[in-house]
Design a protein around this ligand. Structure first.
Ligand SMILES: [Zn+2]
Length: 412
């Protein structure tokens, strides 16, 4: 039991480090019928660090970058991958702007420039690109947004001050309301010292009035919340909590009802990751077993795909047709506790769990990020270019070996 929990906690940390944000709201909107109008649907909870991020909009897939390799002097900026051309465009409406200097670094005068801080957790909602700005000197995080044409930049509210141990965030935007969770990784230091309980609040922030309300709190010797996804008035999230002295330990999918204000556990199983398919079905991963289908209305569950050595810890997404199962964390677990020969890949399966395609690791990439819909996006480190976005169109899944394409930046 003890041996199993260590990787579970570690992998939840990995899952939470950004899980999120960003992708959930658009992906959920897509599931509710907006996909046909937008076509390209961006990632759903497949993130490692929050600054590696995409958000879906009608014209393309928005991305946030931190140039100069993410060092303290890093400058951050926004782009989008045009759905039609696959080109990556700076989010700038200034007609005469060249966007970058002769060395290829973003100009401070460009609309796409965000600041001398880390940018993470990008999402798109109703004409705005939302994101978090993280000051690496003060450790303060601010939620901000930029209008879709790049011209209006607004700081919305200060999320909180993170600790030196780091932090992770997740949020969804719903009209003028933001639901947000902030996990301070100092919690783990405190838990190790056994000095006090920690609690993680799920907050509701009204962007019109600025009012902030805690709608749910997870408390324990260790406590985490992450992986927010909203469908109608149901806000789903994963929580981990542990009471060392009572031997109490839980790892669950929860649901906050935004109409009634009630929060309840969705099922008794320990859920590692999940994706929502339609109004009534959840697919979820239990690393030791595999992928389950759960019907919300009846509580019926069935195993649709068994796990093996390289497909235990899965991130999941759904594109309206197929399930995408990313084994990145299985490989991390394998490198830590196994023989280290796990190959990073994405299994594409039907809703019955039948394998359709295996998408290979993107060139030199560290962490895959999935999109739902027509285009699958990932960020990959490319020598001499830093982090860059790559994509793969779902229509190419029929090919024997689907290929990743670099999202070219015109004029580069
Ligand atoms: Zn520009």
């Amino acid at each position: 039991m003890k041996r199993r929990m260590i990787p579970m906690i570690l992998s939840l940390l990995i899952a939470l480090s950004a899980c999120g944000s960003r992708g959930s709201a658009p992906a959920d909107a897509a599931r509710e019928g907006e996909k046909d109008s937008t076509g390209l649907v961006c990632p759903q909870s497949v993130y490692f660090m929050g600054h590696r991020d995409f958000g879906l909009a009608p014209d393309g897939c928005y991305a946030g970058y931190n140039d100069k390799g993410g060092h303290l002097e890093s400058r951050s900026f926004l782009t989008y991958i045009d759905r039609e051309t696959g080109e990556e465009i700076y989010l700038c409406g200034k007609p005469e702007c060249s966007h970058v200097d002769e060395d290829g670094y973003i100009l401070e005068s460009c609309d796409a420039f965000i600041g001398n801080m880390m940018l993470m957790s990008v999402s798109y909602y109703d004409g705005y690109v939302y994101f978090l700005k993280y000051d690496r000197v003060s450790y303060e995080a601010t939620m901000a947004r930029v209008s879709q044409d790049g011209s209006v930049h607004e700081d919305l509210f200060v999320v909180g001050s993170a600790s030196e141990n780091g932090s992770n965030y997740d949020y969804v935007v719903d009209g003028n309301i933001v639901y947000l969770v902030y996990n301070d990784l100092d919690n783990f230091q405190l838990a190790r010292e056994g000095t006090q309980d920690v609690s993680v609040p799920l907050e509701k922030i009204d962007l019109t009035t600025g009012e902030r309300t805690v709608v749910y709190t997870n408390t324990g010797d260790m406590a985490l919340i992450g992986n927010l996804k909203q469908v109608g008035d149901r806000l789903y999230f994963l929580q981990y909590s542990k009471q060392i002295k009572d031997g109490f330990d839980s790892y669950h999918l929860m649901c906050y009802n935004t109409t009634t204000g009630e929060t309840e556990k969705v099922m008794e199983d320990e859920v590692y990751s999940y994706t929502i398919v339609g109004e009534d079905t959840i697919y979820y991963n239990i690393p030791a077993d595999g992928v389950y289908r759960y019907q919300i209305s009846t509580g019926e569950r069935s195993l649709v795909r068994k796990s093996d050595d390289e497909s235990g810890y899965l991130f999941m997404a759904y594109d309206g047709n197929y399930l995408y199962l990313d084994n990145n964390n299985s490989c991390i677990m394998d490198s830590l506790y196994g023989d280290g020969d796990c190959e990073q890949k994405v299994f594409v399966c039907t809703l019955e769990g039948e394998l359709v395609q295996v998408i290979p690791e993107c060139k030199g990439q560290i962490f895959t990020q999935l999109s739902d819909g027509e285009m699958i996006c990932t960020k990959s480190f490319r020598v001499g270019m830093g982090d860059r976005s790559f994509y793969l169109r779902t229509e190419n899944l029929q090919e024997e070996t689907p290929e990743w394409h670099l999202a070219e930046r015109p004029g580069e």
